[in-house]
Design a protein around this ligand. Structure first.
Ligand SMILES: *Cc1c(COP(=O)(O)O)cnc(C)c1O
Length: 217
């Protein structure tokens, strides 16, 4: 299965919600049940044999599993369809801004995540993430985020590693495992603004703010 989120920060949105794709028809069938309280309406699949007999009961349905209400509303789906039509345009604009950042940030004391040759052509550029050795720079990431905010530039950290979250830390099967690469990534990363509605001027402002804040070190 592949799972897609259509949360408002994602490349296409339905406001909230998402989609699951699968090429397995059994799984697809189970997902449809799960989405709708576990309710089966197809007489071929009824468990109660009497309901399958010659005189079908027009109101009949069966709750066969414990499901939930995971239905995307019609209104949300309509928004998603109109977003899909714009997807190519959205991605092209994201790549354009990413290329601008790539060029402009080259000389700053940071490295780029996922900027290997070719990655910019394959990736939908959902996030633009820089990686900084904050200790070496003599700045804390928190201070940099606050300074950027003062200059009107939002930034974020994507994400805190799962094993560091209390819930997962508690239920981890093998607590002796550690994840040094995830923790190193987490300690260095910072996401800077990237969304299709950004103007060239906005992107320039991000670069100027980053330059001012990082070069202050
Ligand atoms: C967006 C996102 C989520 C959350 O998606 P929901 O639509 O809120 O379920 C989880 N993990 C990653 C990596 C994401 O990008």
């Amino acid at each position: 299965m592949s799972v897609f989120s259509f949360h408002p920060v994602k490349p296409v949105t339905t406001g909230e919600g998402g989609a699951i794709t699968t090429n397995n028809s059994d799984i697809a069938e189970r997902l449809r049940l799960f989405r709708n309280h576990g309710i089966e309406r197809n007489p071929d699949n009824f468990m109660n044999m009497e309901a399958k007999e010659d005189s079908p009961l027009p109101w009949y349905y069966e709750q066969q599993k414990l499901g939930f209400n995971y239905r995307l509303s019609e209104i949300q789906a309509a928004l998603g369809l109109s977003q899909l039509k714009k997807l190519d345009k959205f991605v092209a604009r994201r790549r354009e801004i990413a290329a601008f950042y790539d060029a402009e940030l080259k000389n700053l004391p940071l490295s780029l995540i996922q900027a290997q040759p070719g990655a910019r052509k394959r990736s939908g550029m959902h996030l633009y993430i820089i990686s900084v050795d904050w200790d070496a720079l003599g700045l804390t990431r928190a201070d940099v985020m606050l300074s950027l905010r003062e200059r009107g530039v939002g930034s974020q950290v994507h994400y805190i590693p799962i094993h560091m979250q209390p819930f997962h830390a508690h239920y981890r099967v093998d607590k002796s495992q550690n994840y040094p690469n995830a923790e190193k990534y987490y300690s260095d990363c910072l996401t800077i603004p990237l969304f299709p509605a950004m103007t060239d001027e906005d992107a320039k402002q991000v670069v100027i703010a980053l330059r001012k804040v990082l070069e202050k070190a």
